[in-house]
Write a protein that binds this ligand. Sequence first.
Ligand code: SAM
Length: 279
Amino acid sequence: MAGTLYLVPTPIGNLGDLTDRCREALASADFIAAEDTRVTRKLLAHLNLRQPMVSYYEHNKIESGVRILARLQSGETCALVTDAGTPAISDPGEDLVRLCAGAGVPVVSLPGPCALITALTVSGQPTGRFTFEGFLSVNRKNRRAHLESLRGETRTMVFYEAPHKLLDTLQDMQAVFGGERALSLCRELTKLHEEVMRTTLDDALRYYQAQAPRGEYVLVIHGAEPLEEPPISLDDGVAQVLAQLAQGQRLKDAVRAVAQATGLSRNELYDAALSAREA
Ligand code: SAM
């Protein structure tokens, strides 16, 4: 019988955020697949664990993935971890999950630290509907094209960003979304210098033009205001009433239905439809 692949989130700053269940999954795994074994070794030392490790990262994920799958199929249990946070979210893991799930190997995702959710929930921006955009490209043209595709996006948008790219990103966002757009810059979450700046793109740019960005950032941007539906004209309303009359509706019923659907005044619609019918 195949073993199980466990996706194990690790702290994004505060070591106290590793759950008991994640510790148990690390302790009982036959081996750990780690993005950077040096980083994970420190975490294991903190937990007094000495599990064998293999590396699984962006540039070896194909060969390493095949080897991990073979071990899982032979009955071993694997815990997948990345340097910090939840595997498969802007981190290696997505391909391994697909490979294992496709081969019928059980995959279990353990809940735990994730920069995206930590930032979204503390941002103060609407959380009901959001879109996660990960990292923007380092290539200016591609970055602008990505942002342009979000110009009319009404959901809250979440981006990961590195400090050395922050200023360029804020400038491009200001150009596309406008300087008045609200955002929350969530920095160094769960760490000593955790900071959440709830501001606008204009003010964020002014601030970071005066001082260099430091640490890891998640940007949570308010969505665009929804475009208002253009109000329907009386003529269009009358055309809808006449169409319903042609289908055998009574004038009074057709007027009531169209007035309800469009917000037009029932009396005005009735008089106009009456004249149009008699014309
Ligand atoms: N898979 C991880 C997760 O979902 O938490 C994210 C990994 S991604 C390679 C790293 C990015 O996550 C950073 O560049 C930053 O944008 C964000 N991040 C990670 N830790 C953070 C923290 N403590 N505070 C703010 N952002 C953080």
